[in-house]
Design a protein around this ligand. Structure first.
Ligand code: EPU
Length: 419
């Protein structure tokens, strides 16, 4: 399948944000710790959620879709070895390490999947779980992790890894005593996981420097609504900017989007915020800037490819340095095929002012797919974009949402000949 996109129309209108992908995924794994029934609403309708459900089903989790949301029943979960096709389907499958260890005292994990953004080792996860008393063995890429008991400790992560913070939080729920986590990831989806854990009865506290989990608290059923997806919301806002239009996204708190909104302001975009919505209005001239992607509260790496497109469309060009995924440049060649001029040095890409035109390109990963769509909507002529499966991992109703903003984009059953 491929998207057929006719560019050159200013986008205008409003969309509402889907539920946050990167919050919903760890929350689904955290349901295993509850061993009861949890009602999750506002889950995004994306393939990563379906793949996670399939994986958790292997451990006895039962899912029922209701009008109110997804009912997750983990009452009868049991140890299992997840099939490699399930663990290899998402990066989030690595959250089995923390929660599986806690639930069963032992877990085996074949290599996790996820987008190819360069190296994605698990050494920080390993150090964190070993600190609680786990024994970690690796053979041919598969991990065998076990512990007769977990003990709360003071753990300082060497880097603010999102995944390692999730795994440590989940394992700490089962540890004797108190676990203090320093240098933890502060992304909005980690806050959302903490909100979920509190809703099911976990005792977790956050100070500016430390997360504390008191283990072995009884967890209970709850109903929980997942908040809006910041990266999805930002993608539509950036589409509005790229096409010189006006886009409003509702169901999203502006707070989490601050690094983007601040940058867009510097680029000459008018930004309006409300309690639960953000609007952007392009003002004719788009100036370039230099952006550095860092862990939260830095500029998010998940908006790096989209920002590169805006910089290519800007009057002065600019650069993106990605300190989180220093090799996240899978989109660059496709952007060049559309006329985007760039030069890469190490983890930095410099974009030069360019006129984008339609081309036949393929998305190499999820956010690259979003960025190339923005480029295509802003470009002259027609783009055929392959890689729908990547985009479907993280964006629900992707074509429909762009269409509702006036974008000329259609998902074709198979790619027609190049224009
Ligand atoms: N890292 C290590 N060792 C580790 C863990 C991480 O070296 O043990 C490195 C990674 O290789 C990477 C950096 O640290 O260079 C950041 O990794 P992190 O663990 O923070 O990211 P992640 O948990 O693998 C999540 C999101 C990503 C998002 C990053 C950064 C999920 C399922 N994935 O990945 O989301 O880019 O945090 O914010 O939550 C996406 O949604 O498109 C996506 C890729």
């Amino acid at each position: 399948m491929a998207y057929c996109i006719n560019g050159g129309r200013a986008l205008s209108g409003e969309v509402s944000a889907q539920g946050s992908k990167n919050a919903a995924l760890p929350i689904l794994f955290a349901c295993m710790a509850v061993r009861g029934r949890v009602l999750l609403s506002h889950l995004p309708a994306i393939s990563d959620i379906e793949k996670t459900k399939a994986l958790l089903s292997e451990f006895g989790a039962v899912f029922e879709s209701t009008e109110e949301g997804l009912l997750v029943d983990t009452t009868y979960i049991h140890p299992a070895v997840a099939s490699p096709s399930h663990t290899g389907a998402t990066r989030a499958s690595s959250y089995l390490l923390g929660v599986g260890l806690g639930c069963f005292g032992e877990v085996r994990l074949s290599p996790s999947g996820g987008c190819n953004l360069g190296k994605r080792p698990l050494d920080i996860h390993k150090g964190a779980l070993e600190a609680l008393g786990a024994l970690w063995q690796e053979e041919e890429g598969s991990i065998h992790l076990y512990a007769s008991r977990l003990s709360g400790r003071r753990v300082r992560l060497p880097y603010r890894s999102v995944g390692a913070t999730v795994n440590l939080l989940l394992a700490a729920l089962f540890a004797e005593g108190r676990t203090d986590i320093y240098n933890y990831a502060r992304e909005g989806h980690i806050r959302e996981l903490l909100r979920f854990l509190r809703a099911v009865g976990a005792e977790v506290a956050e100070t500016p420097t430390r997360l504390t989990v008191w283990g072995k608290r009884p967890l209970h059923s709850a109903a929980f609504r997942v908040s809006g997806d910041e990266i999805e919301a930002a993608t539509y806002l950036m589409g509005g900017v790229a096409t010189g239009g006006r886009v409003r996204v509702s169901g999203i708190s502006p707070e989490g989007l601050f690094p983007l909104l601040h940058t867009l302001g510097k680029m000459g975009v008018k930004v309006e915020t409300e309690k639960d919505a953000v609007a952007v209005l392009a003002r004719g001239r788009l100036y370039g800037t230099d952006v550095v992607c860092r862990p939260h509260p830095g500029f998010p790496t998940d908006l790096h490819p989209q920002m590169s497109v805006l910089l290519a469309l800007s009057e002065t060009g600019g650069s993106v340095r990605d300190t989180v995924f220093p090799d996240r440049f899978g989109y660059a060649d496709a952007l060049a095929k559309m006329g985007g001029a760039y030069r890469r040095r190490g983890s930095t890409i410099r974009l030069f002012p360019s006129v984008l035109r339609g081309a036949a390109v393929a998305a190499p990963d999820l956010r690259a797919g979003a960025a190339l769509t923005i480029a295509a909507l802003a470009a002259e002529g027609r783009t055929l974009l392959e890689g729908e499966a990547f985009i479907g991992r993280g964006y629900e109703s992707f074509a429909e949402k762009w269409q509702s903003l006036g974008g000329d984009i259609t998902l074709l059953p198979s790619a027609p000949p190049s224009p």
